[in-house]
Design a protein around this ligand. Structure first.
Ligand code: C2E
Ligand code: MG
Ligand code: MG
Length: 581
């Protein structure tokens, strides 16, 4: 019996020893593993049952903190990953499927640690779930490497620009996303001319520095939303995601060329470069890049052009027109417009009674462009509405200031285009200008040409009547050059008729011209209109139009259009010349 008891006690002791041995073996193993082993309960809060000591070097929290603070895990989850991780845990609790996901934890010192979390539900002998057991493996280095590789795969290390592969991706994306508003995608392909010489003469490191510098410059002139890439060697490409007119792409090409040809100082050397540029527009995806490349070759072969379009139809005249429209758009933003003011006189008694506001465009490279060279384009493109609104406001402000300065009423005449008159809010635009400038409506005259009236239709008539009701005056400009018939003059609420310069130009030399003018003046007077003779350059002309009964006149004889400051000075100094006054 004793023996038996002894044997039993010994067997139990041996079993306990074995168990301890096994436990030691596993504990050492668990403590040696380069990862955190954990066991979590399957309760609501996934309370922690066991966590191995590696949690401390990984996140800076002790095993006890990790076990005792029920919210610590959730708090260390990176905010961007939190929902995803909690959802995955909940799913495993529910379905007992293994857990496997990668996410970020924020360590006590703020470090972001990427982990792979791999867990399984452990079941008892009856198949009932006991707990979740798994490990957290630190994969931060792996992730960083992946990110680095991703960047390397997308960007050119020398310039930091997108590389060819990434450019393709961006291009596909841009074409797929193309908006419905009529804007298209364009690719501008840039190839440096004779870049090889720089490498040959100055060495590759200088060549690299030049490319890096150019990369930065090209990037600096690209709009947000567009992108620039280095395709390899000395080739660059720019993706324009929203191009409305071919000229916009041409302007970008010119801007890029400006950056390329500006001298570069590298390693004490003063270098200058040129490039050939090709442009392709459309929606053909990666085809665009090939087309732009082909266009670049054309430019290169041509010799005397810097850039060429892939599309032959974009010939020079069309392009210039497009370009001018794009420039007009830019002129609004860049505030390149100004107004000149020309006196309008009353003939008897002689007195300056008003000014006509005349639009001027100071083009950044071409200098002043006459209104007749750009107003038709502004009309065609619809930009005249915006420009005309500015003219109206500016002229009213000026007239109001002048009125205050001189202490007397002066009329201001503003030219109006058909497109403006057709605008449903034109009357509001006028109201707004008068109100903001604090100018009485009867001091504003709107000048409309006959063609404007013919083109504007019925809506215009309503608008004109509405303006008339407010006291605004209406003048028929350039009378005699258009199609205005008596019917128009009778039907429209016109106060003033300005007789075109072509009728007054030779009245002091040819009898026939005089007869014509006489007829017009007679007609106007019969209709009870106020008549203003345009283009009076000489004393003799002034005498004749006055003799015929014109009420007013305008022309170089009384004053040329002048900038606001000069116009103000002329009026306050009363320097307007006249043989009568
Ligand atoms: P317009 O309204 O008939 O303006 C008179 C034009 O004749 C002005 O030309 C003026 O400089 C010119 N002129 C005045 N006196 C004489 C003269 O004695 N001899 C000669 N040879 N010319 C004289 P400008 O400034 O070139 O304007 C041309 C036209 O452009 C204007 O003709 C008007 O139709 C249009 N325009 C000017 N500003 C605007 C504007 O703000 N809006 C619109 N829609 N059209 C404008
Ligand atoms: Mg006029
Ligand atoms: Mg005129």
């Amino acid at each position: 019996m004793d023996c038996g008891v002894d044997r039993g006690t010994t067997a139990a002791a041996v079993a306990a020893d074995e168990a301890r041995e096994i436990e030691r073996r596993y504990r050492t193993l668990v403590e040696q593993l380069p990862l955190v082993v954990y066991v979590d309960a399957l309760d609501e809060g996934s309370s922690n049952i066991f966590t191995s000591g590696q949690i401390e070097p990984l996140l800076g929290y002790t095993v006890e903190e990790w076990r005792d603070d029920p919210n610590l895990f959730v708090r260390t989850l990176h905010p961007d990953d939190r929902d995803r991780v909690l959802a995955a845990h909940a799913r495993t609790h529910r379905t007992h499927e293994p857990l496997r996901l990668e996410y970020r934890l924020v360590a006590r010192d703020g470090r972001v640690v990427w982990v792979r979390d791999d867990g399984v539900i452990v079941l008892d002998d009856a198949g009932e779930p006991l707990y979740l057991q798994g490990y957290l493996l630190d994969i931060t280095a792996e992730r960083e490497l992946q990110e680095q590789l991703r960047l390397q795969a997308l960007f050119d290390p020398l310039t930091g620009l997108a590389n060819r592969a990434f450019f393709h991706e961006q291009l596909e994306h841009a074409v797929a996303m193309r908006t419905e508003d009529g804007a298209g995608t364009a690719v501008v392909f840039v190839d440096l001319n004779e870049f090889k010489q720089i490498n040959d003469q100055h060495g590759h490191s200088v060549g690299d520095e030049v490319l890096a510098a150019l990369g930065g410059r090209l990037k600096s002139v690209i709009r947000a939303g567009d992108s620039v890439a280095r395709l390899g060697g000395d080739e660059f490409a720019v993706l324009l995601t929203a191009v409305r007119e071919p000229a916009e792409a041409a302007i970008v090409a010119e801007r890029l060329l400006e950056q390329i040809t500006a001298p570069i100082d590298v390693a004490g050397r003063h270098l200058s470069l040129t490039a050939s540029v090709g442009i392709a527009l459309g929606s053909s995806g990666t085809e665009l890049l090939k087309q732009a490349d082909a266009a670049m070759y054309r430019a290169k072969l041509h010799g005397d052009v810097d850039y060429a379009f892939y599309d032959d139809d974009l010939d020079q005249t069309a392009l210039n027109r497009f370009k001018r429209i794009a420039e007009l758009r830019e002129a609004i933003v860049e505030k390149e417009f100004s107004l000149a003011y020309q006196p309008v006189v009353n003939l008897d008694p002689f007195e300056v009674v008003g000014l006509e506001a005349l639009l001027r465009w100071q083009h950044p490279t071409l200098g002043e462009i006459p209104p007749l060279d750009f107003i038709p384009l502004a009309e065609e493109s619809g930009l005249i509405v915006q420009i005309g609104r500015w003219v109206l406001l500016e002229a009213c402000f000026y007239a109001s200031r002048l009125r205050e300065l001189l202490g007397r009423d002066l009329e201001i005449a503003v030219n109006v285009s058909a497109r403006q008159l057709q605008h449903p809010e034109f009357v509001d635009h006028v109201d707004n200008a008068l109100e903001r400038a604090d100018l009485p409506p009867h001091l504003l005259t709107l000048e409309l040409t006959e063609s404007v009236l013919v083109a504007s239709g019925e809506r215009a008539e309503q608008q004109l009547n509405a303006l008339k009701d407010r006291g605004v005056k209406l003048a028929l400009d350039d009378f005699g050059t258009g199609y205005a018939s008596l019917t128009y003059l009778q039907r429209l609420p016109v106060d003033i008729v300005k007789i075109d310069r072509s009728f007054t130009a030779k009245i002091d030399s040819g009898a026939a011209d005089l007869a014509l003018l006489e007829g017009i003046v007679g007609l106007g007077k019969a209709l009870g209109l106020q008549l203003v003779a345009e283009g009076i350059e000489r004393d003799a002309q002034q005498g004749i139009v006055q003799g015929l009964g014109c009420h007013g006149a305008q022309g170089f004889h009384f004053g040329r259009p002048a900038a606001a400051a000069a116009a103000t000075q002329a009026l306050s100094g009363d320097t307007v010349e006249s043989s009568v006054g």
